[in-house]
Design a protein around this ligand. Structure first.
Ligand SMILES: Nc1ncnc2c1ncn2[C@@H]1O[C@H](COP(=O)(O)OP(=O)(O)OP(=O)(O)O)[C@@H](O)[C@H]1O
Ligand SMILES: [Mg+2]
Length: 247
């Protein structure tokens, strides 16, 4: 028996179409998804198959043209713009391939901005940002601008920012797409530790090593799920062996 509440994120018949007639693109074409609390789901598939579009629909960054999405039982597809803005601020943490940091703000300011926007006091926001930067191993770099950080460090700031308001789910869109392999391992370890702390995660990735950290791997093609594999590598400590790391 599975209680509905167990699912943080659900989609039913989810669709997103662009254009009309000859130019019609079915970017997401009838997706059903159930993500349990604490689960890490990886989504892989060829370029253009609809992975980013799907993440945007799941996190309320974009509106579907059909079907349902719910987060904690709340219908995202029926929300007002205002409610969606609140959802994106408080309930969902996004991590993007290109980091999306504010270049004129320091690492710590980038992180605390999220907390401030969610209504925390400046002092509480600063404390939270310090705590998160420590967690991603960047205490020493807190006052650096993004331009003075490596790709892996920037992505760790972006992850800290995504976690700032204790989101119900973190949605990551090719979080290692712009990283070299050392930085990829860094970010991969960070996602593993999030998994270990019970954070619910959906990660779109081209990197099999990242996918191997998940509980479940979904393959997408032409806007639809075509395959699903349950994995055991995620939280069982086999990952290190898999990627050839000695811990
Ligand atoms: N704003 C838009 N207008 C028209 N078509 C779009 C738009 N955004 C995306 N698409 C189309 O929707 C499809 C899915 O795009 P999406 O960005 O979700 O793919 P993806 O799987 O994330 O690809 P990649 O791996 O290259 O990031 C593509 O065919 C794309 O061209
Ligand atoms: Mg994409």
């Amino acid at each position: 028996m599975t209680a509905i509440d167990e699912f943080v994120l659900r989609a039913r018949g989810l669709r997103k179409e662009y254009g009309t007639g000859e130019g019609l693109v079915r970017a997401v074409d009838g997706v059903d998804l159930d993500v349990r609390a604490g689960e890490t789901v990886a989504v892989m598939g060829p370029s253009g198959c609809g992975k980013s579009t799907l993440l945007h629909l799941l996190g309320g960054l974009d509106r579907s043209t059909g079907g349902e999405v719910s987060l904690d039982g709340r219908r995202v597809d029926l929300m007002s713009e205002r409610a969606l803005a609140r959802l994106r601020r408080a309930d969902v943490g996004f991590v993007f391939q290109s980091f999306h940091l504010m270049e004129e703000l320091t690492a710590i300011e980038n992180v605390e901005l999220s907390a401030l926007l969610a209504g925390r006091s400046p002092r509480a926001a600063r404390r939270r940002a310090e705590e998160l930067l420590a967690r991603v191993g960047l205490t020493e770099r807190a006052r650096f601008l993004p331009s003075a950080l490596s790709g892996g460090q920037r992505q760790r700031v972006a992850v800290a920012r995504a976690l700032c308001n204790e989101p119900r789910v973190v949605l990551a869109d090719e979080p290692t797409g712009n990283l070299d392999s050392a930085a990829t391992l860094d970010v991969l370890r960070l996602f593993e530790s999030l998994h270990d702390t019970g954070q619910t995660l959906v990660i779109v990735t081209h990197d099999a090593r990242i996918a191997a950290t998940a509980d479940r791997l979904i393959t997408m093609r032409d806007g639809a799920f075509v395959d699903e594999t349950r994995l055991t590598g995620g939280s069982t400590g086999r990952l290190g062996a898999l990627v050839g790391l000695e811990d």
